[in-house]
Design a protein. Structure first.
Length: 291
């Protein structure tokens, strides 16, 4: 039987008090993508001591290929974090976890034993409580999406914070508050409203994608960017771009309109190539607390 347990709150995280010995400084945080889109997702976050894979929508062979492209092997992965149970985010989780004896962290609502089967180490997270994995501090953020108990994540180490915010139907005040102070943000620019309306999807699917529990359009995403602390934000990654209802050019244009003379770096995550490693400089610990 797999190990299954709930997680304590604030277990030595950079989001609250009480650090443990594994959280001393020494390495900086970096993030990369295996791929981003409706055919599969996977994000690597690594601080040189702990490496987690956030979602995994690819089969074993494809996952190994994409990890290798980023200089990683399956044995380098310490845990898998799951945002929700949709196939493009969870399709490869169970096989990878069993093959390589990797712990899986997800909400109880996202866990379907018939779909995932037995896992070597299963951890149910409380969507309202930060927790730690190795040297990384993890903050789950509840989001509106058409899944059972979806969340997104902010991951911190060495005073730097990376936010991942995809698969969300609309921006809530809590989301704005949570993601305002991040150093890097992977943000969904899923669709262009006009392209979705004119596109090939049937009406019900269009309504789902564009609904309040679907996906962000370019203007919604740009509206959130306007409310971020752009003085702190160093990297913005346009993510989860629909191949049928959007284009990278349209998403970039929407982002550029609100970024103005922002000195940071704008990236686009692709379905096939993801994006290469983005390295964040290490900060004083106070930065992880939003200072």
């Amino acid at each position: 039987m797999p190990e299954t347990r709930d997680l304590p709150s604030d277990s030595g995280s950079d989001f609250g008090s009480g650090s443990d010995a594994r959280r001393d400084s020494g390495s900086s945080l970096r993030v990369a993508s295996l791929g981003s889109g409706s055919r599969g997702n996977g994000t690597l976050i690594d601080d040189g001591r702990t490496c987690v894979l956030l979602d995994l929508g690819f089969n074993l062979k494809e996952t190994r290929r994409r990890l290798s492209r980023l200089g990683k092997q399956p044995q380098d992965i310490d845990a898998i974090l799951v945002t929700h149970e949709h196939g493009d985010h969870i399709r490869g989780v169970a096989a990878f976890a069993r093959k390589h004896d990797v712990a899986v962290y997800l909400t109880s609502g996202s866990y379907n034993p018939k779909r995932l089967g037995a896992l070597p180490s299963l951890h149910f997270i409380n969507i309202h409580r930060p927790f730690g994995i190795g040297t990384l501090s993890i903050e789950p953020i509840p989001v509106p999406h058409d899944a059972r108990e979806p969340c997104q994540f902010i991951i911190a180490s060495g005073g730097s914070r990376v936010g991942v915010l995809t698969d969300i139907g609309h921006i809530t005040p809590f989301v704005v508050e949570s993601f305002e102070l991040v150093d890097a943000l992977l943000l969904e620019f899923n669709h262009d409203v006009g392209m979705l309306a004119r596109g090939p999807y049937p009406y019900r699917l269009k309504a789902r994608v564009g609904g309040i529990h679907g996906h962000l359009n370019n203007e919604q995403a740009a509206g959130l960017v306007e409310r971020l602390d752009l003085a702190r934000l160093q990297h913005l990654v346009i993510s989860h771009v629909s191949e049928k209802n959007n284009s990278a050019d349209l998403a970039v244009l929407a982002a550029r309109k609100v970024l103005g003379k922002w000195p940071g770096q704008l990236h686009v995550a692709s379905q096939d190539g993801g994006f290469p490693w983005i390295q964040l400089p290490e900060k004083a610990r106070a930065g992880a607390l939003g200072g």
